[in-house]
Design a protein around this ligand. Structure first.
Ligand SMILES: [Zn+2]
Length: 121
């Protein structure tokens, strides 16, 4: 995550299903209806590939981390200026999902200063 700014307000990350409607909702689905967060979308090729079994989970992780690495600084600035965010996707809580890959990556990069709290139902 070369672009990720080290100065930030973000403290807490939650995950939730797409239907979650709080103010801190961040839509990172492949359909990505919010242009602010579109840089976090996976590609259809990846999503369909992992469903069909033509893309392995480890390949999917690497492909998604490539996308995360290309997220523009302005998008990071916006995301990290929030104190709390909830990343939403269509997948169930414990599914293999880019929502969890992104959460892990942010927590690792900003280790100790950002915490994953858990699932919002
Ligand atoms: Zn998902």
């Amino acid at each position: 995550m070369g672009n990720i700014p080290q100065s930030h307000t973000l403290k807490r990350i939650y995950t939730a299903h797409y239907r979650y409607g709080g103010d801190d909702r961040i839509d990172i689905t492949v359909k990505g209806n919010d242009p602010d967060w579109a840089p976090f979308k996976p590609t259809w090729e990846m999503v369909m590939g992992v469903k069909k079994g033509t893309v392995s989970e480890s390949d999917y992780i690497n492909m998604y981390l490539d996308i995360v690495n290309k997220v523009p600084v302005a998008t990071w600035d916006k995301l990290l200026s929030m104190e709390e965010i909830t990343l939403v996707c269509f997948c169930p809580q414990d599914a293999f999902c880019h929502r969890n890959i992104l959460t892990r990556q942010i927590c690792m990069t900003l280790s100790g200063r950002v915490q994953y709290i858990g699932w919002r139902s």
